[in-house]
Design a protein around this ligand. Structure first.
Ligand SMILES: *Cc1c(COP(=O)(O)O)cnc(C)c1O
Length: 358
Protein backbone atom coordinates (compact mmCIF):
# COMPACT_ATOMS: atom_id res chain seq x y z
CA UNK A 1 0.00 0.00 0.00
CA UNK A 2 1.23 3.54 -0.74
CA UNK A 3 2.13 5.39 2.42
CA UNK A 4 -0.63 7.83 3.27
CA UNK A 5 0.66 11.33 3.75
CA UNK A 6 -1.91 13.42 5.58
CA UNK A 7 -1.82 17.16 4.83
CA UNK A 8 -4.90 17.66 6.99
CA UNK A 9 -5.87 19.10 10.37
CA UNK A 10 -5.73 15.62 11.94
CA UNK A 11 -5.58 12.74 12.48
CA UNK A 12 -2.04 13.08 11.17
CA UNK A 13 1.03 11.08 10.38
CA UNK A 14 2.70 9.90 13.57
CA UNK A 15 6.32 9.11 14.27
CA UNK A 16 7.21 5.37 14.09
CA UNK A 17 8.22 5.63 17.77
CA UNK A 18 4.65 6.68 18.64
CA UNK A 19 3.22 3.66 16.84
CA UNK A 20 5.78 1.33 18.39
CA UNK A 21 4.96 2.60 21.89
CA UNK A 22 1.38 1.39 21.40
CA UNK A 23 2.38 -2.15 20.46
CA UNK A 24 1.60 -3.91 23.72
CA UNK A 25 -1.24 -4.50 26.16
CA UNK A 26 -1.86 -3.01 29.58
CA UNK A 27 -4.55 -3.57 32.17
CA UNK A 28 -6.05 -0.39 33.58
CA UNK A 29 -4.66 -1.16 37.07
CA UNK A 30 -1.12 -2.07 35.95
CA UNK A 31 1.47 -0.08 37.87
CA UNK A 32 3.17 0.62 34.51
CA UNK A 33 0.00 2.08 33.10
CA UNK A 34 -0.73 4.19 36.20
CA UNK A 35 2.79 5.59 35.85
CA UNK A 36 2.14 6.39 32.16
CA UNK A 37 -1.05 8.23 33.10
CA UNK A 38 0.82 10.28 35.71
CA UNK A 39 3.53 11.10 33.17
CA UNK A 40 0.87 12.11 30.66
CA UNK A 41 -0.78 14.54 33.07
CA UNK A 42 2.50 16.03 34.19
CA UNK A 43 3.87 16.46 30.64
CA UNK A 44 0.64 18.10 29.41
CA UNK A 45 0.87 20.73 32.15
CA UNK A 46 4.56 21.22 31.38
CA UNK A 47 3.84 22.12 27.74
CA UNK A 48 1.88 25.19 28.86
CA UNK A 49 3.65 26.05 32.12
CA UNK A 50 0.54 25.56 34.21
CA UNK A 51 1.86 23.40 37.06
CA UNK A 52 1.41 26.05 39.78
CA UNK A 53 -2.20 26.92 39.06
CA UNK A 54 -3.79 24.35 36.77
CA UNK A 55 -4.51 20.62 36.71
CA UNK A 56 -4.46 18.34 33.67
CA UNK A 57 -7.59 16.27 33.09
CA UNK A 58 -7.49 13.83 30.17
CA UNK A 59 -10.72 12.43 28.79
CA UNK A 60 -11.48 9.53 26.42
CA UNK A 61 -12.70 10.76 23.03
CA UNK A 62 -12.03 13.35 20.34
CA UNK A 63 -11.69 17.09 20.91
CA UNK A 64 -15.41 17.80 20.71
CA UNK A 65 -16.03 15.50 23.70
CA UNK A 66 -13.79 17.81 25.70
CA UNK A 67 -15.53 20.96 24.48
CA UNK A 68 -18.79 19.48 25.70
CA UNK A 69 -17.27 18.27 28.97
CA UNK A 70 -15.63 21.61 29.75
CA UNK A 71 -18.62 23.80 28.91
CA UNK A 72 -20.95 21.52 30.88
CA UNK A 73 -18.61 21.41 33.87
CA UNK A 74 -17.50 25.03 34.05
CA UNK A 75 -20.56 27.03 32.96
CA UNK A 76 -23.46 26.83 35.40
CA UNK A 77 -27.20 27.35 35.02
CA UNK A 78 -27.03 30.90 36.35
CA UNK A 79 -23.92 31.79 34.30
CA UNK A 80 -23.74 33.20 30.80
CA UNK A 81 -21.27 32.30 28.08
CA UNK A 82 -20.15 34.70 25.34
CA UNK A 83 -18.55 32.85 22.41
CA UNK A 84 -16.27 34.70 20.00
CA UNK A 85 -17.16 33.25 16.59
CA UNK A 86 -15.08 33.47 13.43
CA UNK A 87 -15.52 30.00 12.04
CA UNK A 88 -17.04 26.56 12.45
CA UNK A 89 -15.42 25.70 15.77
CA UNK A 90 -16.69 28.83 17.50
CA UNK A 91 -20.14 27.98 16.20
CA UNK A 92 -19.72 24.45 17.56
CA UNK A 93 -18.90 25.74 21.04
CA UNK A 94 -22.05 27.89 21.00
CA UNK A 95 -24.12 24.92 19.76
CA UNK A 96 -22.84 22.80 22.64
CA UNK A 97 -23.81 25.43 25.19
CA UNK A 98 -27.29 25.72 23.65
CA UNK A 99 -27.77 21.95 23.77
CA UNK A 100 -26.89 22.04 27.44
CA UNK A 101 -29.62 24.62 27.95
CA UNK A 102 -27.11 27.25 29.04
CA UNK A 103 -27.41 30.96 28.50
CA UNK A 104 -25.18 31.81 25.52
CA UNK A 105 -24.50 34.73 23.18
CA UNK A 106 -22.15 34.91 20.22
CA UNK A 107 -19.91 37.75 19.08
CA UNK A 108 -19.91 37.09 15.35
CA UNK A 109 -17.04 38.03 13.06
CA UNK A 110 -16.30 37.44 9.40
CA UNK A 111 -14.37 34.20 8.84
CA UNK A 112 -11.23 36.10 7.87
CA UNK A 113 -11.36 38.52 10.83
CA UNK A 114 -9.58 37.86 14.14
CA UNK A 115 -11.37 38.73 17.39
CA UNK A 116 -12.01 42.48 17.53
CA UNK A 117 -10.91 43.54 21.03
CA UNK A 118 -12.90 46.77 21.05
CA UNK A 119 -16.08 44.91 20.15
CA UNK A 120 -15.38 42.29 22.81
CA UNK A 121 -14.79 44.98 25.45
CA UNK A 122 -18.02 46.73 24.43
CA UNK A 123 -19.98 43.46 24.54
CA UNK A 124 -18.71 42.70 28.03
CA UNK A 125 -19.49 46.22 29.22
CA UNK A 126 -22.99 46.05 27.73
CA UNK A 127 -23.90 42.75 29.37
CA UNK A 128 -22.67 42.36 32.96
CA UNK A 129 -24.48 39.01 33.10
CA UNK A 130 -21.70 37.39 31.07
CA UNK A 131 -19.55 35.22 33.35
CA UNK A 132 -17.49 33.23 30.79
CA UNK A 133 -15.93 33.97 27.41
CA UNK A 134 -14.98 31.24 24.92
CA UNK A 135 -12.33 31.73 22.25
CA UNK A 136 -10.89 29.43 19.58
CA UNK A 137 -7.14 30.05 19.52
CA UNK A 138 -6.57 28.90 15.95
CA UNK A 139 -9.78 28.57 13.91
CA UNK A 140 -9.01 25.42 11.96
CA UNK A 141 -11.83 26.38 9.57
CA UNK A 142 -9.31 28.65 7.86
CA UNK A 143 -6.08 28.75 9.93
CA UNK A 144 -7.03 32.08 11.50
CA UNK A 145 -5.06 33.07 14.62
CA UNK A 146 -6.99 34.87 17.35
CA UNK A 147 -5.10 37.23 19.70
CA UNK A 148 -5.22 34.97 22.75
CA UNK A 149 -2.93 36.97 25.05
CA UNK A 150 -4.86 40.22 24.46
CA UNK A 151 -8.26 38.53 24.86
CA UNK A 152 -7.07 36.85 28.07
CA UNK A 153 -5.85 40.14 29.53
CA UNK A 154 -9.13 41.84 28.60
CA UNK A 155 -11.22 39.07 30.19
CA UNK A 156 -9.08 39.13 33.34
CA UNK A 157 -9.56 42.91 33.68
CA UNK A 158 -13.30 42.45 33.23
CA UNK A 159 -13.41 39.58 35.74
CA UNK A 160 -14.59 36.96 33.21
CA UNK A 161 -13.40 33.37 33.06
CA UNK A 162 -11.88 32.45 29.69
CA UNK A 163 -12.32 29.02 28.06
CA UNK A 164 -9.92 28.46 25.15
CA UNK A 165 -10.28 25.87 22.41
CA UNK A 166 -6.57 25.37 21.73
CA UNK A 167 -7.15 22.19 19.76
CA UNK A 168 -5.03 23.10 16.74
CA UNK A 169 -2.44 25.26 18.50
CA UNK A 170 -1.44 23.35 21.66
CA UNK A 171 2.09 22.02 21.34
CA UNK A 172 3.20 24.50 18.67
CA UNK A 173 2.03 28.04 19.33
CA UNK A 174 3.41 29.56 22.53
CA UNK A 175 0.94 29.33 25.43
CA UNK A 176 2.11 30.22 28.91
CA UNK A 177 -0.49 29.74 31.61
CA UNK A 178 1.76 31.46 34.13
CA UNK A 179 1.57 34.69 32.09
CA UNK A 180 -1.79 34.36 30.32
CA UNK A 181 -4.89 34.17 32.52
CA UNK A 182 -6.94 31.30 31.13
CA UNK A 183 -9.50 29.37 33.14
CA UNK A 184 -9.44 26.29 30.90
CA UNK A 185 -7.35 25.34 27.90
CA UNK A 186 -8.75 22.48 25.81
CA UNK A 187 -6.92 20.35 23.26
CA UNK A 188 -6.52 16.83 21.90
CA UNK A 189 -3.89 14.21 21.18
CA UNK A 190 -3.84 14.18 17.40
CA UNK A 191 -3.00 17.69 16.23
CA UNK A 192 0.21 19.61 16.99
CA UNK A 193 1.18 17.00 19.60
CA UNK A 194 1.35 14.52 16.67
CA UNK A 195 -0.11 11.70 18.78
CA UNK A 196 -2.75 9.13 17.88
CA UNK A 197 -6.41 10.21 18.03
CA UNK A 198 -8.58 9.24 21.02
CA UNK A 199 -7.67 11.46 23.97
CA UNK A 200 -8.75 15.02 24.65
CA UNK A 201 -7.58 16.98 27.67
CA UNK A 202 -8.15 20.15 29.64
CA UNK A 203 -5.70 22.21 31.62
CA UNK A 204 -8.08 23.76 34.12
CA UNK A 205 -7.60 26.32 36.83
CA UNK A 206 -7.74 24.29 40.03
CA UNK A 207 -10.06 26.69 41.89
CA UNK A 208 -12.53 26.86 39.00
CA UNK A 209 -12.61 23.07 38.79
CA UNK A 210 -13.02 22.65 42.54
CA UNK A 211 -16.03 24.96 42.43
CA UNK A 212 -17.65 22.87 39.68
CA UNK A 213 -18.48 19.78 41.71
CA UNK A 214 -21.78 18.16 40.69
CA UNK A 215 -22.52 20.78 38.03
CA UNK A 216 -22.24 18.76 34.82
CA UNK A 217 -25.54 17.02 33.98
CA UNK A 218 -23.50 14.33 32.18
CA UNK A 219 -21.93 11.54 34.22
CA UNK A 220 -19.19 10.52 31.78
CA UNK A 221 -18.30 14.07 30.69
CA UNK A 222 -18.05 15.47 34.23
CA UNK A 223 -14.53 16.90 34.35
CA UNK A 224 -14.65 17.46 38.09
CA UNK A 225 -15.42 13.78 38.71
CA UNK A 226 -12.83 12.75 36.11
CA UNK A 227 -10.20 14.84 37.92
CA UNK A 228 -11.17 13.46 41.34
CA UNK A 229 -10.80 9.96 39.91
CA UNK A 230 -7.21 10.59 38.81
CA UNK A 231 -6.37 12.25 42.12
CA UNK A 232 -7.86 9.38 44.15
CA UNK A 233 -6.00 6.39 42.68
CA UNK A 234 -4.14 7.52 39.55
CA UNK A 235 -6.63 5.65 37.38
CA UNK A 236 -9.11 6.64 34.72
CA UNK A 237 -12.74 6.47 35.87
CA UNK A 238 -13.83 4.32 32.92
CA UNK A 239 -11.96 1.98 30.53
CA UNK A 240 -8.81 3.90 29.61
CA UNK A 241 -7.54 4.10 26.02
CA UNK A 242 -4.35 2.34 27.07
CA UNK A 243 -2.55 2.23 23.72
CA UNK A 244 -3.46 5.83 22.89
CA UNK A 245 -2.15 6.94 26.30
CA UNK A 246 1.18 5.22 25.61
CA UNK A 247 1.34 6.72 22.11
CA UNK A 248 0.57 10.21 23.37
CA UNK A 249 3.18 10.01 26.14
CA UNK A 250 5.76 8.98 23.53
CA UNK A 251 4.65 11.88 21.32
CA UNK A 252 5.15 14.27 24.28
CA UNK A 253 8.66 12.88 24.87
CA UNK A 254 9.43 13.51 21.20
CA UNK A 255 8.11 17.06 21.51
CA UNK A 256 10.50 17.68 24.38
CA UNK A 257 13.44 16.14 22.46
CA UNK A 258 12.61 18.31 19.45
CA UNK A 259 13.02 21.40 21.64
CA UNK A 260 9.45 22.00 22.77
CA UNK A 261 6.71 24.09 21.14
CA UNK A 262 9.04 26.80 19.83
CA UNK A 263 11.10 24.29 17.83
CA UNK A 264 7.94 22.64 16.56
CA UNK A 265 6.51 26.00 15.54
CA UNK A 266 9.71 26.76 13.62
CA UNK A 267 9.37 23.44 11.74
CA UNK A 268 5.75 24.20 10.87
CA UNK A 269 6.58 27.76 9.83
CA UNK A 270 9.33 26.57 7.51
CA UNK A 271 6.94 24.17 5.80
CA UNK A 272 4.16 26.70 5.68
CA UNK A 273 6.37 29.29 3.97
CA UNK A 274 7.64 26.73 1.47
CA UNK A 275 4.14 25.53 0.64
CA UNK A 276 2.53 28.98 0.44
CA UNK A 277 5.40 30.37 -1.63
CA UNK A 278 5.22 27.50 -4.13
CA UNK A 279 1.43 27.54 -4.45
CA UNK A 280 1.38 31.32 -4.86
CA UNK A 281 3.81 30.86 -7.74
CA UNK A 282 1.34 28.40 -9.23
CA UNK A 283 -1.34 31.12 -9.06
CA UNK A 284 -3.21 30.10 -5.90
CA UNK A 285 -3.88 32.74 -3.25
CA UNK A 286 -3.92 32.44 0.53
CA UNK A 287 -7.39 33.23 1.85
CA UNK A 288 -6.15 35.00 5.00
CA UNK A 289 -3.92 38.01 5.53
CA UNK A 290 -0.49 36.91 6.66
CA UNK A 291 -0.90 39.00 9.83
CA UNK A 292 -3.61 36.68 11.19
CA UNK A 293 -2.46 33.42 9.60
CA UNK A 294 -1.24 30.67 11.93
CA UNK A 295 1.34 28.34 10.31
CA UNK A 296 -0.83 25.29 11.04
CA UNK A 297 -3.24 24.99 8.15
CA UNK A 298 -3.46 27.06 4.97
CA UNK A 299 -6.66 27.89 3.11
CA UNK A 300 -6.10 28.55 -0.59
CA UNK A 301 -8.31 30.16 -3.18
CA UNK A 302 -8.07 28.57 -6.60
CA UNK A 303 -6.79 30.57 -9.58
CA UNK A 304 -9.54 32.85 -10.84
CA UNK A 305 -8.52 32.35 -14.49
CA UNK A 306 -9.02 28.56 -14.58
CA UNK A 307 -11.85 26.24 -13.57
CA UNK A 308 -11.02 24.38 -10.37
CA UNK A 309 -12.56 21.02 -9.55
CA UNK A 310 -11.63 20.09 -5.97
CA UNK A 311 -12.96 16.54 -6.24
CA UNK A 312 -10.82 15.86 -9.33
CA UNK A 313 -7.66 17.34 -7.81
CA UNK A 314 -8.31 15.52 -4.52
CA UNK A 315 -8.74 12.24 -6.38
CA UNK A 316 -5.51 12.61 -8.36
CA UNK A 317 -3.52 13.44 -5.23
CA UNK A 318 -5.19 10.71 -3.16
CA UNK A 319 -4.23 8.13 -5.79
CA UNK A 320 -0.60 8.99 -4.91
CA UNK A 321 -1.28 8.76 -1.16
CA UNK A 322 -1.34 12.57 -0.75
CA UNK A 323 -4.37 13.65 1.27
CA UNK A 324 -5.52 17.29 1.32
CA UNK A 325 -8.74 18.78 2.67
CA UNK A 326 -11.72 20.63 1.26
CA UNK A 327 -12.39 24.17 2.41
CA UNK A 328 -14.80 24.63 5.29
CA UNK A 329 -15.92 28.15 4.48
CA UNK A 330 -19.59 28.86 4.27
CA UNK A 331 -19.24 31.40 1.47
CA UNK A 332 -16.40 30.48 -0.89
CA UNK A 333 -14.83 27.60 -2.80
CA UNK A 334 -11.41 26.96 -1.23
CA UNK A 335 -9.20 24.04 -0.22
CA UNK A 336 -6.99 23.47 2.81
CA UNK A 337 -3.56 22.01 3.36
CA UNK A 338 -2.30 21.23 6.84
CA UNK A 339 1.40 21.49 7.64
CA UNK A 340 1.32 19.68 10.99
CA UNK A 341 2.23 16.03 11.53
CA UNK A 342 5.31 13.82 11.34
CA UNK A 343 6.18 14.59 7.71
CA UNK A 344 9.47 15.47 6.03
CA UNK A 345 10.20 18.54 3.95
CA UNK A 346 10.49 16.20 0.95
CA UNK A 347 6.85 15.18 1.48
CA UNK A 348 5.94 18.83 0.87
CA UNK A 349 8.08 18.90 -2.27
CA UNK A 350 6.15 15.86 -3.53
CA UNK A 351 2.83 17.53 -2.72
CA UNK A 352 3.82 20.78 -4.44
CA UNK A 353 4.90 18.91 -7.57
CA UNK A 354 1.71 16.81 -7.59
CA UNK A 355 -0.51 19.89 -7.30
CA UNK A 356 1.32 21.55 -10.19
CA UNK A 357 0.64 18.47 -12.29
CA UNK A 358 -2.98 18.05 -11.20
C1 LIG B 1 -10.01 19.48 15.68
C2 LIG B 1 -10.68 20.59 16.37
C3 LIG B 1 -11.70 20.37 17.31
C4 LIG B 1 -12.20 18.99 17.69
O1 LIG B 1 -12.59 18.21 16.63
P1 LIG B 1 -12.74 16.63 16.83
O2 LIG B 1 -13.08 16.17 15.45
O3 LIG B 1 -13.80 16.37 17.80
O4 LIG B 1 -11.41 16.14 17.32
C5 LIG B 1 -12.23 21.45 17.97
N1 LIG B 1 -11.81 22.69 17.73
C6 LIG B 1 -10.83 22.96 16.84
C7 LIG B 1 -10.38 24.37 16.66
C8 LIG B 1 -10.24 21.91 16.13
O5 LIG B 1 -9.26 22.18 15.25
Amino acid sequence: MTRQRLFTPGPLNTDPRVRAAMDRDWGSRDADFIALTAELRQRLLGVAGGAATHVAVPLQGSGTFMLEAAVGTLVGKTDKLLVVVNGAYGRRMAAIARRLGLSVETLDHAEDAPCDLARLAAALAADPGVTHVALVHVETTTGLLNPLELVAALCARAGKALIVDAMSSFGALPLDLAATPVSALLASSNKCLEGPPGIAFALVDRDALEAAEGRNPSLSLDLHAQWRGFEADGQWRFTPPVQVTAGLVEALRILEEEGGPSARLARYRRRFDRLAGALEQQGYRLYLDRACQAPIIATFRPRPDRPFDFAAVYGRLAAQGLVIYPGKLTAEETFRIGVIGALEDTDFDDLIAAIAEA
